[in-house]
Design a protein around this ligand. Structure first.
Ligand code: AMP
Ligand code: MG
Length: 529
């Protein structure tokens, strides 16, 4: 009998209030008229808790002893269902790469239940990689260690950057191998398997609404909308008995939070990589870390996702537009509840406004401009061009810009503080140098009246020094694969304070080394995870 108390305040509003799949066995099927299927995680051979986030544990009211208690580790591996949990896979559809894909659902994610937190807000815990579900299609329901490490670290890094995101509670190695063809090139290999426990207010996606709408299941659609509003948008008027106006307000809120999320991704240089409608949350939080990446050299056309290499649909510069495209699909799904396109269109127009204003303000902070107006758009746009004049590291350039002495700008040279941002100094011929220096002069004139320290402080709060560079994730993965998790702990710790200088951690702020330019996992990733 365990001495550590694992009686936790679980509630299960999602499974209690929404229609369930009547079939409880775990075969592949089309699940109609239901929002979820009850399904048990498949046990793994020898689970080991290799990392956990104390911050997320605290958020959930889980003590350090509870976290490492063997029964808890078993629960986080899917080997044990704790009393009060109600494991289930959610049913949703989605537009993948611009095309309606029909039913998708949680093929390898199993929600355990909702845990009441000390703040009075419940959080859903979900295991990713815990075995097959009725939605696993042709795949195994498992996840590999490399992608689990990427999800675990990036969730926590994004949170520390101030970007809305799902969180990661734990990382468990399963002790089992998973077969993956990493680049879909006919070379499947066994890899270590792992399970991340992710945490979010809910895992409801745009695609949860699209599926019942596509099938004409209006009752499921309405119950899902009412449920979501009641539990997660309770601040909306008439949330208790939603009507047409409430659905419009709900849609409008999702538009606005998604616009704000796009502002944040653009600010920190995050490229999601698979912005399908099933990978967008109604909470406006980042969800589903797959082949994501971080901009190194500033290239709006860059995508880390090799699966999207030809279309580049989800490249960095397209993200705000794709966000809106996805919201149009969401509008179509909610339309039967509203029956009027005008307010939906108005909300979509507001998406553009919220993004445009937010993006301007965000780059205003990045440049330390203080108050910004449309008059600053030229300066901001020109910076995007200047960053492409030669291969320039966005993160280093923006961070170092705060250190440049704008009173003594060199005439025809890059200020020394910025040189580190350039990948190839041999590219710095007179033409790009002239463009950079001309921009710097324009910038210096714009901020001439700002107090230098005030400007620097503002910039340092918007330009992280440390982000989860693609190669850094790979360095962590390489060490973990050898059984060394100290690198993961160190990187996690650096990323807790991404805006602090942390001078003794400088090595994690370096630009991508040459070896990483074309190494798989560093600049090229596939959906195979
Ligand atoms: P993603 O693009 O990773 O968000 O996944 C798209 C769909 O494929 C979702 O329905 C996933 O649940 C499903 N899926 C992805 N990987 C697996 C896997 N290894 N096993 C089962 N289903 C998967
Ligand atoms: Mg997904």
């Amino acid at each position: 009998m365990s001495v550590v108390d694992l009686a936790l305040p679980w509630r299960n509003t999602f499974t209690a209030e929404l229609p369930a799949d009547p079939v409880e066995e775990n075969g592949l099927r089309q699940v109609e008229g239901a929002a979820f299927s009850r399904v048990k995680p498949t046990p793994v051979r020898s689970p080991q808790l290799v990392a956990h986030s104390p911050e997320v544990a605290e958020l959930l009211g889980l003590s350090p002893t509870q976290m490492t208690e063997p029964a808890m580790v078993e629960a986080l591996a899917g080997n044990r269902v704790l009393p009060g949990m109600d494991p289930h896979a959610m049913n949703y559809g989605g537009h993948q790469f611009g095309h309606w894909a029909g039913q998708l659902g949680d093929g390898r994610a199993i929600a355990l239940g909702e845990l009441m937190t000390t703040s009075g807000i419940s959080q859903t815990l979900q295991l990713k990689g815990a075995g097959s579900t009725p939605y696993s299609r042709r795949a195994d329901g498992r996840a590999v260690l490399r992608s689990s490490i990427r999800e675990y670290l990036c969730s926590e890094a994004m949170h520390a950057l101030g970007v809305p995101t799902t969180r990661a509670l734990s990382l468990v190695e399963t002790g089992e191998q998973v077969i993956r063809d990493m680049f879909y090139d006919g070379h499947p290999e066994p890899e270590p398997g792992a399970i991340v426990c992710r945490v979010a207010p809910s895992f409801i996606r745009l695609g949860n609404f699209e599926l019942p709408a596509s099938r004409g299941e209006l009752e499921v659609l309405q119950r899902l909308a009412d449920y979501t509003i009641r539990h997660h948008f309770g601040h909306l008027q008439s949330a208790e008995s939603p009507n047409r106006d409430t659905y419009v307000e709900f849609f409008d809120q999702v538009c606005q939070t998604t616009a704000s999320l796009m502002v944040e991704w653009m600010r920190v240089g995050f490229v999601h990589g698979v912005m399908n409608t099933d990978n967008l949350s109604v909470h406006g939080i980042t969800i589903d870390y797959g082949p994501y990446g971080w901009l190194e050299d500033f290239d709006p056309g860059w995508t880390p996702n090799t699966t999207d290499a030809h279309m580049k649909r989800y490249q960095y510069g397209n993200q705000p537009g794709i966000g809106q495209w996805n919201l149009v699909r969401f509008a179509n799904a909610l339309y039967p509840l509203i029956d009027d396109a005008v307010p939906l269109q108005e909300a979509l127009d507001r998406y553009v406004e919220v993004f445009t204003t937010g993006h301007r303000e965000s780059w205003g902070r990045k440049l330390g401009l203080g108050y910004v107006s449309v008059d600053d758009d030229g300066l901001i746009q020109e910076l995007a061009d200047v960053l492409q004049a030669a291969e320039t590291d966005m993160t280093i350039f923006c961070r170092r810009l705060a250190q440049v002495d704008l009173d003594t700008l060199p005439d025809s040279a890059i200020p020394s503080e910025l040189l580190d941002a350039y990948y190839r100094t041999d590219e710095l011929s007179p033409e790009p140098v002239a463009r950079v220096t001309a921009w710097l002069r324009r910038y210096a004139a714009r901020v001439a009246d700002a107090r230098p320290q005030h400007r620097r402080d503002l910039m340092n709060s918007a330009n992280p020094k440390y982000v989860l560079r693609n190669y850094i994730a790979q360095v962590v993965i390489d060490a973990a694969t050898e059984g060394d998790y100290s690198v993961l702990e160190e990187v996690h710790d650096v990323l807790r304070r991404p805006y602090d200088e942390q001078p003794d951690r400088q090595r994690w702020a370096e630009k991508r080394p040459e070896w990483a330019r074309s190494r798989p996992g560093c600049s090229m990733l596939s959906c195979s995870s």
